[in-house]
Design a protein. Structure first.
Length: 336
């Protein structure tokens, strides 16, 4: 079965496209790696017209301002993305792409596999290699994408590519924050934290991204855990909670964090080379007395003081100091 047939089998409506349409990038790379492509990118001279051959409902991506216009069609579980072929020439289009393993195309009319920059060779060598350094200037986010691909596929970064990224690392701050956030989320969700830190350090991208690069010793760290370990920014939400737990993790602190967040802590601590013994609370504990019951027993009016007494009761239960309703009544009465 030809590469064209493999692609059409997975994305049947490719067979409707015009004679100049070519499948490029990730779908070709994944097929050559023996992986199932999640979606398919098509380049052609008239991408909007080709997109409408699959479905009338077309989603426009990008903006005129950044000149990155593309069209997306969702057909069941299949996602087709269409972009205009640069200068209406396939070789020009592939030469402007980021890495050799993404600069391959299958011509749908003939089934020919075009690989002008040695992408197949680099796939076999498990290497992420740039097409040319100037392409990073066109879109600096490609530098971070190179790290993402090396982490995701467990590939090495080519030495010349690494040098080109180091020389341009400061340009990463010109990329849109949401695009950077996406790349980092994929990198930190790959369960390859040690490799990610090594590459972010080697490329010198880390300081420009506001990231620390400690010597981590654990790979299987959650996304929030990775940010708690690496981010220099003032954290929020679960990241802030995890960072606080790194310093203080008694029963009450773990309970307040909630089980979903707290259970991420051991991997974070192991990543720092720590094997702290954690005294896990019963996360199902609730105060044995309601506010009304405490008010009735103590005569404390509803308000801040009543809330403090109820909170003290809950903490006593979490620490195992109060276990029964009778003990709870004695506890709050003693504080009246």
């Amino acid at each position: 079965m030809s590469w064209r047939d493999e692609l059409v089998r997975r994305f049947p409506k490719l067979s409707r496209l015009g004679p100049d349409a070519c499948v490029v990038g990730g779908a070709v790379r994944d097929l050559l790696l023996g992986r199932e492509p999640a979606d398919v990118d098509v380049t052609s001279r008239d991408p909007l017209s080709d997109a409408k051959k699959i479905r009338d409902r077309v989603i426009r991506l990008g903006s005129d301002e950044d000149q990155l216009i593309a069209y997306r069609v969702v057909d069941g579980e299949s996602v087709y993305d269409f972009a205009e072929m640069l200068d209406h020439d396939l070789l020009t289009d592939l030469t402007r792409r980021d890495f050799t393993i993404n600069a391959m195309a299958v011509e749908l009319a003939t089934g020919t596999l075009h690989d002008p920059h040695g992408g197949q060779r680099d796939l076999e060598a498990r290497l992420v290699r740039m097409v040319r350094a100037s392409n990073f200037d066109d879109d600096p986010l490609r530098m971070l994408k190179g790290v993402r691909m090396a982490v995701r596929y467990d590939f090495a970064l080519d030495a010349e590519t690494l040098l080109a990224i180091r020389e341009r690392a400061h340009l990463i701050t010109t990329a849109a924050k949401e695009r950077i956030a996406y790349e980092l989320s994929v990198i930190f969700s790959s369960r390859q934290l040690r490799r990610a830190v090594t590459l972010l350090r080697a490329t010198v991208l880390a300081p420009h991204l506001g990231l620390r690069t400690p010597d981590v010793q654990e790979d299987d760290v959650s996304l929030d855990g990775a940010y708690a370990l690496l981010s220099l920014d003032e954290p929020r939400g679960d990241v802030l909670t995890l960072r606080r737990l790194m310093d203080e993790h008694d029963r009450v602190a773990l309970y307040d964090a909630g089980e979903t967040v707290a259970r991420q802590l051991p991997a974070v601590l192991r990543a720092l080379g720590r094997e702290d013994a954690l005294d896990w609370p019963d996360f199902s504990i609730r105060a044995l007395l309601t506010g009304d019951e405490i008010a009735s027993l103590t005569g404390i009016a509803p308000g801040l003081e009543l809330g403090r007494v109820k909170r003290a009761l809950l903490e006593a239960q979490i620490r195992g100091e109060v276990r029964t309703r009778e003990e709870a009544e004695a506890f709050v009465t003693a504080r009246a």
